[in-house]
Ligand binder design. Structure first.
Ligand SMILES: C[S@@+](CC[C@H](N)C(=O)[O-])C[C@H]1O[C@@H](n2cnc3c(N)ncnc32)[C@H](O)[C@@H]1O
Length: 303
């Protein structure tokens, strides 16, 4: 399992004026807690990262040691609010608009052609898409913009995108649909003017997705560790990119099985650039770089 690099400041360890060191015993305690609640697996090399991220919580609560923090969680967190903050602090939320752009080319070209062919054959003009582990929403908005562009607008189509993440803070950002202008640099200029509003006055330097893009997406919290997932199949497309890398193989397998059970017979799964289904699940055929299509079986879709 690999995790993204931690930044230089995170790797330094105990901060001046910060809490005392995270001892090996304390690291074990928090590592197990994080794993049990989120599935995220932290190797021993992640101790400085865990220290840096949790030290902020200790400072906010005025606590000196990680054992004090452990006690706080056990005895003074009846609502679970602090546990939620802890989990939010340990997730890695890196994302971008049009990240791994070949996925969106596939969606606009091959997948939309197949959707149109199906519509001509069956009269069914609907699409159900899940952006699983969507972080702050860039992935879901990129899907929506790509489809609006490829379909020539949503009129006459019933397109619904559900976008979920464990982390409630990034979900709030996603829901707000507001980004720093620098974040939309990967968005081609014509799409920027068609699907984004530019802030003026007090909002200068910000952009916001237009309502017609927002209206296609529903954001909701979902923790892969808490089953059954409140997501009904059959889904035409699932994006789950750059999230499986945080989990051990049995957890990856369980999550992939959950996707497979919800994918329509010819549904498509997009994974992140360093992820694969190899040796984990069957019933998916490789159709492009980290793109898989469900092969028809008699397996019923969950829902
Ligand atoms: C690196 S981001 C990926 C964002 C986006 N999919 C992309 O590729 O740009 C990984 C996301 O997985 C989410 N995540 C981690 N553990 C999770 C879990 N147990 N259930 C759901 N989401 C989880 C994190 O909160 C984080 O936002």
């Amino acid at each position: 399992m690999t995790l993204p690099e931690v930044s230089g400041s995170e790797a330094r360890g105990p901060l001046a004026g910060g809490p005392r060191d995270l001892t090996p015993r304390e690291f074990e305690v928090f590592r197990e807690l994080v794993h049990a609640r989120s599935g995220i697996t932290l190797g021993p090399e992640k101790r400085p990262m865990l220290y840096a991220r949790l030290a902020r919580r200790l400072r906010a609560l005025g606590l000196e040691t990680f054992t004090d923090y452990q006690r706080f969680l056990e005895e003074r967190d009846a609502t679970g609010e602090e546990l939620r903050r802890l989990i939010n602090a340990v997730t890695t939320n890196k994302t971008d608009f049009f990240r791994e752009a070949h996925h969106f080319r596939y969606l606009a070209e091959q997948w939309v052609s197949a959707l149109r062919a199906r519509a001509a054959r069956t009269g069914l003009r609907s699409a159900r898409i899940w952006s699983a582990a969507c972080s702050s929403g860039e992935e879901a908005y990129t899907i929506a913009v790509t489809l609006l562009e490829a379909l020539g607008g949503a009129a006459g189509w019933d397109v619904k995108i559900i976008a979920t993440d464990l982390d409630t803070e990034v979900l709030a950002q996603a829901q707000a649909a507001v980004y720093q202008a620098a974040r939309v640099e990967p968005v081609p200029a014509p799409l920027l003017s068609r699907y984004f509003l530019r802030g003026r006055g007090a909002n200068a330097g910000l952009v916001k997705l237009r309502p017609e893009v927002q209206s296609l997406i529903t954001f909701r919290q979902l923790n892969f560790m808490e089953e059954p997932w409140p997501i009904r199949g059959p889904l035409d497309v699932i994006f789950c990119r750059n999230a499986l890398i945080y989990f051990d193989r049995p957890t990856q397998r369980r999550i992939l099985e959950g996707f497979l059970a919800r994918l329509a017979p010819d549904g498509v799964l997009f994974l992140g650039h360093s992820e694969s289904i190899h040796g984990l699940v069957e019933g998916l055929r490789h159709v492009g770089n980290t793109i898989y299509r469900r092969v028809a079986t008699s397996r019923p879709a969950a829902g």
